[in-house]
Design a protein around this ligand. Structure first.
Ligand SMILES: Cc1cc2nc3c(=O)[nH]c(=O)nc-3n(C[C@H](O)[C@H](O)[C@H](O)COP(=O)(O)OP(=O)(O)OC[C@H]3O[C@@H](n4cnc5c(N)ncnc54)[C@H](O)[C@@H]3O)c2cc1C
Length: 371
């Protein structure tokens, strides 16, 4: 049997693509090395921030706005609450690029944004402590996606639309051609088109067909802390991003009584994605604790920490493109620790690229030939 499309990696991006392609009437096979959602890749840990006034650059705004529309649509199709409108507060020095980009995004695209001095922010959110040289830009319509539930919802819809999913089926090698051949641990599959959405494994997988992409798998850590619910629960405290000259932190209010969640975005060890990650340890904790002691001083003790994988590109922009020598193979990778919020729109874009050869979104930032 020859499929219209095989998707290697049915995680954040691949599962959404599977749905949009099956909905358009394609014969789709999704293959995953594990059983998504799972804790081996980049999509576990309950929550992901979605913000629209985009600190990484205003060029992302149309794409994330489309993602927001599709998340709403998914919620209504799945009849499930996937998005929590907690608001997101972006904090940094007023002159830093991130804050400047947040403001520019809001001005260009008319996005609601509230501006607070450090003192005003501490008054609004008594759980916060800010030195006076920092400012806060609060986006009230932004919030939090329930990451695993989103993937489960896309999986259900994709299967209902006729897609097939093979789990625990690691792809070992890809052979390009008019008909692409995909060798897994168990089988050889064939398709007219291939999408590679293999997250932290994208680089090693493409190497099996002699293609090199600059995507580096990285170990990341995050943790939950006991929280005074009056100060830190999601009705009273927003999700947050802190940008400093030498570090970036992000986190979540206490949702469903889980505690304050905190992670560091920059840095992290380069890893082999096949080697089990070193578990969350004291060194990971010290870094997060230094941050939380300073900026959310009314937090409680650590509850637990976890590890996760980022896949970083050198410029931290994504890769969404056809392979130059193989126009029936698309790669969507290198989501550099800020991709989940886009995954609904990435799924739609991948379906457009396969069916129409082009997308309604401007994908020029994500081309492979920029490297
Ligand atoms: C701790 C943490 C916090 C984050 N916070 C945010 C946030 O707040 N907001 C945000 O927008 N983004 C955030 N991100 C980033 C976001 O989660 C990722 O960018 C996104 O999940 C990447 O999606 P993906 O599809 O590329 O990878 P994944 O979701 O990991 O999917 C890749 C899939 O490919 C499969 N696979 C790999 N190799 C093979 C193979 N050879 N054969 C078969 N299957 C294979 C894997 O099993 C996996 O299921 C965060 C990431 C982490 C780790």
């Amino acid at each position: 049997m020859v499929y219209d499309v095989i998707i290697v990696g049915a995680g954040s991006m691949g599962m959404a693509a599977g749905y949009y392609l099956a909905k358009k009437g394609n014969k789709v096979l999704m293959l995953d090395a594990f059983t998504p959602p799972h804790e081996e890749g980049s999509h576990h840990g309950d929550t992901r921030i979605i913000r629209f006034a985009y600190g990484e650059g205003a060029s992302y705004v149309p794409f994330v706005k489309r993602a927001g529309e599709l998340w709403q649509e998914l919620e209504s199709l799945a009849n499930e609450n996937l998005f929590l409108q907690t608001g997101v507060v972006n904090i940094g020095e007023p002159t830093c690029d991130f804050i400047q980009n947040v403001k520019a995004s809001s001005a260009l695209y008319d996005l609601a944004l509230e501006h607070y001095s450090a003192a005003e922010a501490m008054n609004k959110w008594p759980g916060l402590f800010l030195p006076e040289d920092l400012v806060a830009c609060f986006e009230p319509t932004a919030g939090v996606l329930r990451v695993e539930a989103c993937i489960r919802a896309y999986q259900k819809l994709a299967l209902e639309a006729g897609a097939s999913l093979q789990t625990n089926e690691k792809v070992l090698a890809i052979q390009a051609g008019e008909i692409v051949q995909v060798q897994t641990v168990h089988n050889l599959y064939k398709a007219k088109h291939l999408i590679v959405t293999a997250g932290a494994w994208a680089t090693e997988l493409l190497q099996t067909m002699g293609v090199t992409i600059p995507v580096t798998p990285t170990r990341k850590t995050f943790a939950w802390f006991e929280a005074d619910e009056e100060l830190y629960r999601d009705e009273n405290f927003p999700a947050y991003c802190f940008e400093f000259a030498d570090s970036t932190y992000y986190g979540f209010p206490s949702i469903d009584g889980a505690g304050l969640k905190l992670g560091r975005h920059d840095g992290g060890e380069v890893i082999n994605p096949n080697t089990p990650l070193r578990p969350f340890d004291d060194a990971d904790l010290v870094d997060l604790q230094n941050f939380i002691h300073q900026f959310m001083p009314k937090h409680g003790a650590i509850k637990y920490g976890k590890t996760c994988k980022y896949s970083m590109t050198p410029d931290e922009d994504f890769i969404i493109d056809f392979l130059p020598k193989h126009q029936n193979i698309i790669i969507a990778a290198g989501f550099s620790g800020h991709g989940f919020k886009f995954s609904s729109a990435v799924g739609e874009v991948l379906a457009e690229l396969i069916v129409d050869g082009k997308s309604k979104q401007d994908l020029s930032t994500f081309k492979l030939n920029r490297f």
